[in-house]
Write a protein that binds this ligand. Structure first.
Ligand code: ATP
Length: 349
């Protein structure tokens, strides 16, 4: 069992706190993604699980054992980092074999394990080549094979796909998820790419400034953001956030009026995802704005509307035809609206 627990973990670097009071319980076989902007403490958290950093306070527990004092080499953890770091002078076979030698796995078992790992990532025919004779994606797969060859208890990946082009990234995402499901290895994956997080994770941890903002399934994080930070971080384009005033079941901001739940009042920020807006006829609109930008992406067309000083993103039909300056009326899907306290950013409804 490789459940991983972080209990009240703090990491300080001199006077600076990189990770503050982190409590995290990662289930056996779970695929957990740490997501957040640069410098939020993702890598530091991962390195404490790996044993490459010692927490300043708190406990790291793997499989029921407190491992704060356990050396990285003695934790049953395999890591893949960006840049994949294969040994250039060794063949792929020797690269994959390396962790088995380090662990003293009997020679008689090595060949079988190496070939099985290589087959999993479809590199069975490339074992004799040196890394220089492989493509970027093949090298990345070789690094994965090396990480899984000895079936570690825990798999740690830090931005493993960030050096690859978009097409390769998406095919490697599928490979990584497939491999993790097959091997059932508890996995912690660090990224600042929300598509990677949404597609790979069982649960996502959103971090900001060394602290957890929200933990949830991709759907929970997307549909039910805990605060304006999460709401603005997830989604491309992100949720529209409009500051206004709520009273007597009515939320109003310049150019925008909408019925709101009774309990919501005072200085409130309304959150609306671009896909929860639709173009409506006169008299039905929650918002009226003039077209400020039109962005066809092939799959859909995004409109930017301007109302007062506010720019508002709307997902329109793929074949929508609008010109700059056109007046557009928008209605919202009332069940999908989010309300936040403008002062604290916390979710109200
Ligand atoms: P990125 O996405 O840019 O890799 P991250 O979320 O992984 O960022 P960390 O590398 O965990 O962020 O760093 C968290 C904070 O701790 C940053 O502000 C960083 O500058 C700081 N930090 C990390 N390592 C050290 C160190 N050895 N000494 C001092 N400060 C550090």
């Amino acid at each position: 069992m490789a459940r991983i627990e972080l209990k009240d973990v703090v990491k300080r670097y001199g006077g600076f706190t990189g990770v503050r009071r982190m409590d995290l319980d990662i289930a056996d076989e779970e695929f957990l993604v740490l997501l957040g902007p640069s410098g939020c403490g993702k890598t530091t958290t991962m390195r404490m699980i790996a044993g490459l950093e010692v927490p300043s306070e708190g406990e790291v527990v793997i499989g029921g054992e407190v491992v704060n004092e356990v050396d990285a080499r003695d934790r049953d953890v395999a890591m893949v980092f960006q840049g994949y770091a294969l040994y250039p002078n060794m063949s792929i076979y020797e690269n994959i074999r390396f962790p088995l030698r380090m662990r003293g796995i009997p020679k008689a078992d090595q060949d079988r394990l190496i070939r099985r790992a290589a087959e999993m990532v479809e590199l069975g025919d490339f074992l004799d080549r040196k890394p220089g004779a492989l493509s970027g994606g093949q090298r990345q797969r070789a690094a994965l094979a090396r990480a899984v060859v000895r079936q570690p208890q825990v798999f740690l990946m830090d931005e493993p796909l960030s050096n690859l082009d978009a097409k390769l990234r998406s095919s490697m995402r599928v490979q990584i998820k497939h491999l993790q499901r097959q091997l059932k290895i508890t996995t912690v994956y660090v990224t600042h790419d929300q598509i990677e997080a949404m597609t790979l994770a069982d649960r996502i941890v959103i971090m900001e400034k060394g602290a957890i903002r929200q933990i949830g399934t991709p759907d929970e994080i997307y549909s039910d953001p805990a605060d304006t930070f999460v709401a603005g971080f997830i989604g491309a384009p992100p949720m529209n956030l409009v500051e206004g005033l709520a009273e007597n079941g009515r939320f109003a901001a310049p150019g925008l009026v909408v019925a709101c739940p009774g309990g919501v009042s005072g200085r409130v920020t309304l959150g609306v995802r671009p896909e929860d807006c639709h173009v409506v006829g006169e008299g039905l609109a929650a918002l009226e704005g003039r077209v400020y930008g039109v962005e066809p992406t092939g799959e859909t067309t995004y409109l930017t509307l301007r109302t007062g000083e506010t720019l508002f993103e709307v997902k329109a039909a793929r074949d929508a035809r609008f010109n700059l300056g056109d007046l557009v009326r928008i209605g919202f899907d009332p069940d999908r609206l989010c309300y936040f306290d403008t002062e604290t950013g916390a979710r109200l409804r």
